[in-house]
Design a protein around this ligand. Sequence first.
Ligand SMILES: Cc1ncc(COP(=O)(O)O)c(C=O)c1O
Length: 421
Amino acid sequence: MTHTANLTPEMVQHARQQFPALSREINGRPVVFFDGPAGSQVPQRVIDAVSHCLAQTNANHEGLFATSFESDAMLHEAHRAMADFLGADDPDCVYFGANMTTLTMALGRALARTWSSGDEVIVSRLGHDANVSPWVLAAEDAGARVRHVEIHRDDCTLDVDDLRDKLSDRTRLVAVSFASNVSGSINPIEQITAMAHEVGAEVFVDAVHYAPHGRIDVGELGCDYLACSAYKFFGPHVGVMWGRRKLLEGLAAYKLRPAPDDLPGKWMTGTQNHEGIAGTLAAVDYLAGLGRELSAESPDRREALDVAMAAIARYERELVRRLIEGLLRIESIRIWGITDPAQLDRRVPTVSITHRELTATELATRLGERGIFAWHGNFYALPMTEALGLEPEGLLRIGLLHYNTPQEVDRLLEELASLDR
Ligand SMILES: Cc1ncc(COP(=O)(O)O)c(C=O)c1O
């Protein structure tokens, strides 16, 4: 089903009102938060859920008393909510942890025990290092070989032909990003999965950057593992992993003896961050709430997420169109990523730039002083900044989310244009 309801300016204003941070001011002007790719702001309901968990239901797992019953019910619901968010059928195949990096390191360690010399692992230059180094280290442990897929330098997209050339019956795993946290380029995951499965390789998807921008459906993507992080989609600092049941059950997890042997507990090492998981559940429900506002019927959570994420993607596409058009008019700025208006559905609204005269640090400092918050550097996407020759200074990254407005984009463009005058 296609979902066509759009986020109106009034709805965006209503959404903004739910985020306390967005009312912050600097020098009498509202702060513009373009720092979302390093962590989004959170709505009040997420803050309330974290606080409620700590104030009212603060207990460890599986106790025989009220706070533990309530906490366990919340955890159960959080697995269901994340399964809805990821389009997964089985909530037990979703598990939580400290962050995506830690979860990926643990999975890599477990997978390495199934690899041996002669095996190959494919990573890409479009990846955040959290989707490269864990696999390089795991391959080292197993004596396997790592192959790096190149990018097209002109528009900072993945060279899918290079990936095809590197795939062989020796490939055990292909690790790709859903979207780049530098250029915003979206990878054709379904195509990559089909290619990898043809040679018998598994596919790991890093959906950390993509998650706040569009619908994730692991069934449609066909991947084998997928990771994301709640703090990028309006939640607290919690990592989330999904994997196919057969694979998660078959692998030996590095775990303690008294910990469960079944899913999802097998992969959830130590005592969990219950308050963070409560906030993650609230973040998913915030997004579903947006979908319900947009729907004539009262959809269930999964359908509401379909509606919300489709509307967010459309809204953000127009926002990034405006940003890119404006940036292209500023002579001293170079955009590293897709700029063709006809190709905007191949990117998320994360736009990284360099300036002919000013460094990324200088740009971020000047904008920060004027109340516009944007990140500078390599954002840990070192494989990409190295490939593009952008080390050590890196880029300035403007990260748009659905709580950003056309007026904020215009304010940024004015500030950047004034640097040329
Ligand atoms: C694309 C991408 N992948 C992975 C990560 C690492 O996520 P985490 O901080 O949850 O370990 C980040 C963090 O910025 C990211 O942007």
